[in-house]
Design a protein around this ligand. Sequence first.
Ligand code: KIV
Ligand code: ZN
Length: 524
Amino acid sequence: MNERILIFDTTLRDGEQSPGASLNVFEKLEIARQLAALKVDVIEAGFPVSSPAQFEAVQRIANESEVIIAGLARAKEVDIKSAFEALRNAKSPRIHTFSSTSDIHILGKFGDSKYGITLEEKRKTVLKMSYDSVAYAKTFVKDVEFSAEDAGRTDIGYLADIIETAIEAGATTVNIPDTTGYNFPSEFGNKIAELKKRVKNIDKAIISVHCHNDLGLAVANSISAIQNGARQVECTINGIGERAGNASLEEIVMALKVRKDIVNYFTNVNYSEIYNTSKMVSGFTGIVVQPNKAIVGENAFAHESGIHQDGMLKDRQTYEIMTPESVGVGKTKIVLGRHSGRHGLKIRLKELGYQITEEELQKAYDAFLELADKKKEVFDDDLRVLMGDEIYKEEELYELEYMHVNAGTKTVPTATVRIKTGENVIQESSTGDGPVDAVFNAIERALDIKPTVESYSVRSVTSGRQALGESIIRIRSGENSFTGRGTSTDIIEASAKAYLQAINQFNVYCNTKVEINENGISIK
Ligand code: KIV
Ligand code: ZN
């Protein structure tokens, strides 16, 4: 057997749909470069029609990457056109279009009588929409993927019809998503086997699967699908994604590698880049990897009990089915400090997966020296935070120039902030329930706004008592929410930065418009 399994990474699309994740275009570009170093086969870079920022990110990744770049599109002409415009300069563009196919979705989403009155009529409309969308996408690119959304709960006869129709229209990959993570491994594997039997033209397309993790079965379902004929798996770094997430890339590829005796397939993935990629994604998205997470968690290779440690000293294989080095977890921890030079910093950043220009290096070095002044020892995790915070930061409308806080056990917390916006500086003071509340109130006064704060958190992202603190805040305006992240050795400052970043995101959203007309797309 020993057939190749294609790895379709959707960290930048489904992964970015994780609650709280927000990546700017520079961070997405850097992750895409790292995914290329990891040697995935396809990078799904985003959903271009959904927002100007998504469109720009897909476009910029497509412009520079050698890897197949996919852009998501609903079965609508406007989406497909937008995806093509974003992918226009890609070396290998793929349009990924999808329709909902389960009865629950069809009845829930296509209630309007224009889709038909009865379920049978609506199903017919969806079949036609699926054909038309693939055929339309084919007028732009050769490589078209079709997904039957909620295939996991779709009637198998109807699913087979839909898949056959999509292939007839020209789909080169047909994706079977378990959108709600509802299936069991044997059930999902049988579905793939059944489709192979029922769909007449199935040999003309690659079968893909896309499993969500609502019951914690996404990886098991993906492997079962491979055993039954799937040759592409869609997955994300650290398993991030909608709700409970997607199948985790690192778990799938390592399961295939370690259990070759059972699943004799191979991927092109460069295993030694797994750890760096995991760290980069966690650092940029702010989504923490649980310590006991398989493959990339901090404890994945830690041995605590005496019996285990004793066994490990005698023979590593007693308690280790793969080595940490095999997934890129370094044995030695390199610590940089005040006296480390630019060159040393550059080499370490490269080892951690960051491909930076000389100009970015200068910025990184200045930020590094500032940090090294506050903290004696600068660890890899500090560098990762610094990269996310300083180097890939977008130019922002409002920047915190100065902050002063007065708080204690028997004082009313007060804060003064000075915010820079272009050539102007706005200064305001306020009191609050605590120092963070006082700072937030001062910012709101300075900018004359009062957003709804949906969530706010602070945690330490590096080790030791001089650790960097990270604050994440989500604000809401109508249907949209905006996330900001800030880091500092001072958690009040981190909170202020996070709040301003969320406000900046909101402003970018309000001031940007994508127009689609006969000449294509323009971002304003
Ligand atoms: O989960 C899902 O069904 C999806 C599709 C768009 C592929 O993400
Ligand atoms: Zn999904």
